[in-house]
Design a protein around this ligand. Sequence first.
Ligand SMILES: [Zn+2]
Ligand SMILES: [Zn+2]
Length: 484
Amino acid sequence: MKHDCHYHPGDPAKWHCGECQIHYCSRCMPDADTRQRRALCPHCSKAMRYLGAATEVVPFWQRLGAFFRYPFHTDPLIVIAICTLVPVVAPANLIGILIWLVLALALFKYTYAVINHTAEGHLKPPAVSVAFTGSGFDIVILQLLVFVLMGGLVGAAAMLGGPILMLLALAFVILALPASIMVLAMERSVGAAVNPMNLAVLISRIGTPYFLLYGYLILLTLASGAAQDFAVNHFPFWVAQPLAGFLNSTFTLILFHMLGYLLFQYQEELGFASDIQDETAGQDTHQRDRSARFDADIDMNLKDGNYDRVQSMLKEALKRDRDNALRIGQLYQLLTARQDTDELYRYHPRILGWLADRNDGEGIAGVLATLQQAESGFKLEDPDLSVRCARALYHRGQFKPALRVLQDFHKRFPDSEQLAPAYLLVAQTLANGLSQWEKATAFLTFIQKKCVNHPLHEQITVYLELAQNKEPLKGPKASFSVQE
Ligand SMILES: [Zn+2]
Ligand SMILES: [Zn+2]
């Protein structure tokens, strides 16, 4: 069953909200905790079902070679070597037995970890440390309990319904054993692992592939048995014992890796993830990555056509963080797309500043044109911003708008430090852009007379000379001559 993301058709869905019936991909859920398989629906904030990689998984019968290679990685080989070789050299007394017991326990724990690890989508074996550290050693006792209860089930069937019912029960137990091991590994609950309903549902949801897997398991078990038999019969005891142990461990790892992979492949149908999620849903709202979540929300709302909502979200974000360039840019794109002149007017200082930072002369010209259309005498009120905008306009060949931004600069901002750079820019625009050398000379002369204390003053004679010869006004300062 393949689902695409509701907002990104073509991208496989990773999450599903049962409440809203919407599928989300990982791009939509940047704040999701894939390791813990937890995510809250962006629409209703309910816990969602993790679909994982179910839609992309290669069926297990197409990667049999990979299963056989699985134990031959460094980590499992170390675990197997420790757990099968150390007991051989261990002393034959109580301590030796203790060592043997502990190592058997570690190996057991490691093999069950293989199921979880694989079901989570890790196709490489878990680290060595998994076998010897942390909790989870109780899995041995749990598995023993499962066997005892299953034996009890068969016994009870025999007592209640005679041999026929007993055989049926036995057949079911044998058939359901892999399913039971999978459930136990995933849920660590004896009750769930022996509940016939639970196991029947699991088997029926997987369907035919379960029986296919079962066939492989039988073949593997037989092969393992034959190989161990061969080892015992053809080698001296001190070689045969560890060799048989090694073979047994590798085959077990292959088997358990297969069980885990079946879970991984059918996780969507099995709904394992949702069972784990529900217990702790809603606890980790604070862990959400706010910014990434915000972007995904904006994206979704845009695709849903909720432009008002996006606009208010962006404005809200800009209240908290005035100069967030990302949000300003998004607001700019939204406002220009919606042709919302009022809001554009309200935010124009920040938007123009953002555009100037990006040297987006066309964008600046567009915003200014819109604002001037709405208010015929519109002028920027910030001298620094005016010069920055004019410079961006000039560099993008928007000469007329550049001149307009700086019009009457000396009257509007008589005391501004920016007066000299502003009029040098005007001179350059007039000369280099519009070939109006006389006008350019007039502005240069103005700087020469009025801005005596400005550092630019020293260079004015050079500019005047250039203007005289009708040569481009190239400044010694790189910032004035980027595009020339
Ligand atoms: Zn998506
Ligand atoms: Zn929802």
